[in-house]
Design a binder for this molecule. Sequence first.
Ligand SMILES: [Zn+2]
Length: 380
Amino acid sequence: MEFTSIQDLTAISRRYGADPDYVIAGGGNTSFKDETTLYIKGSGSSLAEAEPERFVRMDRRLLSQIWEKAYPEEPGEREKAVLADMMAARVKGEEQKRPSVETLLHDLLPFAFVVHTHPALVNGLTCSQEGEQAAAELFGGEIIWIPSTNPGYVLSRRVKEAMDTYTKRWGRPGAIIFLQNHGIFVGADTTSGVDEHYRRVMETIKTRIKRRADLSGEVSVYDCSGAVCRILSSLAGGKAVRFLRNNEIAFLVRDSRSFFPVSAPLSPDHIVYAGSDPLFVDVPAGDVGEITRRLEAAWKQQVEKTGREPKIAAVRDLGVFGIGGVDKTAGLALELFTDAVKVAAYAEAFGGVRFMPPSHVDFINTWEVEQYRSKVAGVN
Ligand SMILES: [Zn+2]
């Protein structure tokens, strides 16, 4: 029985993981649970390449004890303490694996299978001004709406409270959870039940959207050798730079006003891969000297203001540049920027984009630094 369920979990993970409408850059996570054990995707492992033995087995009794404990108020201290307890909840023999940061949330949903993703279509709703109202109109009591919340312990706690309230009110647990500025959790006791919920959510939102981003007319210069690429690469200390332009991007980079919908992060994934501060630079065409001067000034101002180098630089009337340590990360920056472009177009149907609250952006930026530090220290 358990063997079949883990096979099912592997299959559904691969299927959603390989579908770019649901998962990009390995985001999202999945789980299966029985009475005693939760099988959760490992942190940093890819859904599309899921293998039965890669899921982390967690002791559900130990996980449930986390809710009884008091944790420090200070976010950094709190997340560290919760993480330590989560690590201690790994079943014996699983010490080499690291469970997903959303483990607690998976555990508290009372369904055998849980699939969490960040689909652009769904985020068109969750990252919009009127998303909550639209979700209520479209789905009524079928869904739970969770306002924008920092990931980790606080998010799990909020979902737990919302789930308790929902269950009391409707006499059954909520199977579909919309997370504002983040994504969706779906739970069911069979994988076909998960598919059914997802299908209904996607079909229903599709009936309301006004338009899709026009990604045709794509020009992507992988070997980015033009003047702007060289200037950006040198500003970033020799980093890799990639260029992207398509019809939608051509419209967005016309001026800072049209760039507005993609000028700040909509979800945590955007921050992690494309950075929290996409740079928009207004440069005149042609004159390389003037272009260099303006790019340099804008770059320095941005670094001074945020303490971070941009991962996305948009240049007026030209296109968007992804900047990363290697080609792959520069490409990922563009991939996640493109996701933001899609989400922004969908969000037009729901009153336009709603950016992540700045305090939540800061939290992710600090969190990323922490994760990086622990990786360097060999803890991660
Ligand atoms: Zn997520």
